[in-house]
Design a protein around this ligand. Structure first.
Ligand code: GRF
Length: 204
């Protein structure tokens, strides 16, 4: 089972996935490619360190999103990628990638969707004053954080807790849940019927 991770930034989720794969905790999945739109992003060095191939591109070198996505699609096809894992990839995708990978592309978002989609979700939730937040893994459709939900984990905000602490705790649960969800896919445990996603006898 072959996965490609798309990321634009720090790559702490990428690292968690690579570490899980190295420990053989990804349900047999192998990370065959990192796709990154930011040559200077720290995630690039993490991939090199882990010996994972990187496809780097700069959106400004292409006339449109569709153009660079066609190039990415060719890289994915070449490597027979089964699942696309978005991990802090800061770009909306077009139908060029969304359609062929329907049901085979997932994203992680740092809120309890459908609350607080889009950028700066943790800050949005904090400023709203919610007492409970968390992280969501969902299938990707054409919208912004709108696809069918696969898994959610919660974080209870403590009285007087600052945003840095909430951020740290959400990132902690993300790094724990994302490899688990990928392993479910690799083991064929995910069943999709419209918006209803079922995890078949998930180990935990
Ligand atoms: C994570 O919080 C993820 O939920 C969001 O972007 C952040 C990426 O962090 N989509 P990192 O690059 O994995 O450290």
């Amino acid at each position: 089972y072959r996965i490609a991770v798309f990321a634009s930034g720090q790559g702490s989720n990428f690292q968690a996935l690579a570490d899980a794969a190295a420990r053989n905790e990804l349900g047999g999945a192998e990370i065959v490619l990192l796709v990154c739109d930011k040559p200077m992003a720290p995630v690039v060095a993490r991939a090199e360190q882990a010996g994972i191939e990187v496809f780097l591109f700069q959106p400004k070198d292409y006339p449109s999103r569709e153009d660079y996505e066609r190039e990415i699609a060719a890289e994915l096809t070449k490597r027979s990628v089964d699942l696309i894992v978005l991990a802090g990839y800061m770009r909306l995708l077009t139908s060029v990638l969304v359609e062929p990978y329907a049901g085979q592309m997932i994203n992680i978002h740092p809120s309890l969707l459908p609350a607080f989609p889009g950028v700066r979700a943790i800050e949005q939730a904090y400023n709203y004053g919610v007492k409970l937040t968390g992280a969501t893994v969902h299938l990707v459709d054409g919208g912004m954080d709108t696809g069918p939900i696969i898994a959610q984990r919660t974080v209870t905000i403590e009285e007087g807790e600052g945003i840095a602490s909430i951020e740290e705790r959400i990132h902690g649960i993300e790094q724990c849940m994302y490899p688990k969800v990928v392993s479910w896919f690799a083991q064929g445990l995910i069943q999709i019927e419209g918006r209803k996603v079922t995890v078949l006898h998930a180990p935990s």
